[in-house]
Design a protein around this ligand. Structure first.
Ligand SMILES: C[S@@+](CC[C@H](N)C(=O)[O-])C[C@H]1O[C@@H](n2cnc3c(N)ncnc32)[C@H](O)[C@@H]1O
Length: 196
């Protein structure tokens, strides 16, 4: 008997990334927050890989650094930046442009942090356009969106629209979403883009 529930939205993002990232790769966490995605990325690329993390809050950088240290991640491979993700191209060395294997976005606000500091449609869309330029063929972008908070619904729609207009011969774009949960329109869901 199999008893395998569908993974949570966050877990599914980690699975899709984990399947496509190899030791030694260069990857990006566009929204560090508490560092959960940074940790998964750091483990996937290993000691020979590189992780670039971004957040506009110092608190997020500190929490992420502490998280990684607690988990005994080699910090030499991880470069954490207090910088908006729309500027990631200026931080990631030109050597890696077009060779990044994963970029993870987890939008909205930092749990336990300042609820007023949220990702915003315009900068999110700019960052997605930059991320897709940095990506290698065979690379993946994951975006977890939160339509349940004020402004989050507009942002989720903008991300859907951005993904839907990507050329189908160059990209695959999907959503992963639970459709029968209570308050379904407020539940987070995943948008993922694969570069062919
Ligand atoms: C939902 S949290 C991320 C959660 C994180 N992935 C985790 O696993 O804990 C969203 C984060 O995006 C950050 N953020 C907001 N605007 C940003 C921007 N323009 N560039 C980078 N990070 C931003 C917030 O400060 C917040 O920490």
């Amino acid at each position: 008997v199999t008893n395998i529930r569908f993974p949570s939205v966050l877990r599914e993002a980690h699975k899709l990334v984990g399947e496509r990232v190899r030791p030694g790769d260069c990857v990006i966490d566009a929204t560090m927050g508490n560092g959960n995605d940074t940790l998964v990325l750091a483990r996937s690329v290993g000691m020979t890989g590189h992780v670039y993390g971004f957040d506009i809050q110092v608190q997020a950088l500190e929490q992420t650094r502490e998280r990684l240290l607690r988990e005994a991640v080699d910090m030499e491979q991880v470069i954490l930046n207090v910088e908006s993700h729309e500027n990631m191209e200026k931080v990631v060395p030109a050597y890696w442009h077009g060779h990044v294997s994963a970029v993870m976005f987890n939008l909205g606000y930092l749990p336990g942090g300042e609820p007023g500091v949220i990702t915003l449609v315009e900068s999110t869309l700019r960052a997605l356009d930059v991320a897709i330029r940095l990506l290698r063929s065979g690379g993946i972008i994951t975006i977890v969106v939160y339509p349940g908070h004020p402004g989050g619904d507009r942002e989720a729609m903008a991300v859907d629209h951005w993904a839907a207009q990507l050329q189908q011969d160059a990209y695959q774009a999907i959503t992963y979403r639970f459709v029968n949960q209570s308050g379904v329109h407020a539940q987070p869901y995943l948008v993922a883009v694969y570069k062919i």
